[in-house]
Design a binder for this molecule. Sequence first.
Ligand SMILES: O=C(O)CCC(=O)C(=O)O
Ligand SMILES: [Fe+2]
Length: 355
Amino acid sequence: MGDVDPAFIQDVEHRPNLAPLQAESIPLIDLAALAGYSPSDGAAADSAAIKGLVAEIGEACKEWGFFSTVNHGVPAEKRERIEREGREFFRQDLEEKKKVRRDEKRTLGYYETEHTKNVRDWKEVFDFTVQEPTVFPASPEDGEEGVIECTNQWPEYPPGLREACEDYAQEVQKLAHKLMGLIAQSLGLPANRFDEFFKDQTSFVRINHYPPCPTPHLVLGVGRHKDSGALAILAQDDVPGLEVKRKSDGEWVLVKPIPDSFIINVGDTIKVWSNEVYDSVEHRAMVNSKRDRISIPFFFMPPHYTMVQPLKELTDEHNPPKYRPYNWGKYRVSRHASNFKKLDVENLQIDHFRI
Ligand SMILES: O=C(O)CCC(=O)C(=O)O
Ligand SMILES: [Fe+2]
């Protein structure tokens, strides 16, 4: 096992297959028709091209919970820039990176000891929030009303990281709003149905860096998990690693990198809003012994005061709500705390609120 810390080692049943299935992977959707689209513009939402997209996206959300997109409208140079600046940041010594390390009080910045399902991930990350400051409950406990304001921690080096991150987040955010419009339409709702949930937000962006690993067959860059927010919009470099658990048979399939594409996946919040018409799907990232890998997810998340529950229009007496309402901020704070360290218990999941 060499020098690998046992904290990283996955149980046998969760270890990756380094030659994973590539055959049938997630659908690829061309978003060119989104150029003039806005969820608040009824006429644009009704065009034939948009209706076609809505059908494709609805199908992908149902069958896979995941899809790749091209012609998404986010300028390639903005994605390239954040990737380049991120690499430059991670190239520094640990001591330098630790100057912006997150802790229990400052929850954004650099972090190198994340755990997923109580096993350490083979990665380091840099997190920044999209709406500054982002407001969260001070405590995950019900009845405790205080809030805290989270702000970003920017390193001195590289000097361009901050602007690259802020620009990127603004661009991807526009795409996120449009995708929520299409998803609303695909559920038979008005395109602007989700707008009220994103007047404020707790969205954040993570730059994942997966260094080469001497024992890629024993560890994962990020262990199997579902994303808890509404949507994730992920950029990956040209090194394969992301695997999605195929709903039809439970097999792990590799999502091959496509240049200038984004991978979109449905998170638990949409699963609940849709009363399980759509599902959030497990995914994980492998590492390899030769090349490092960068991936950049944008996690689109509602404001802390949102009560997440199945939408009224999608429930009735024959199809009653499958979840009790839960407070997004408290849920997020509780889950976030558990990523910091190895715990003896599983962290909070939406199943906790399943009726
Ligand atoms: O690196 C990847 O491809 C996946 C990352 C991911 O799923 C996450 O950060 O939540
Ligand atoms: Fe994820």
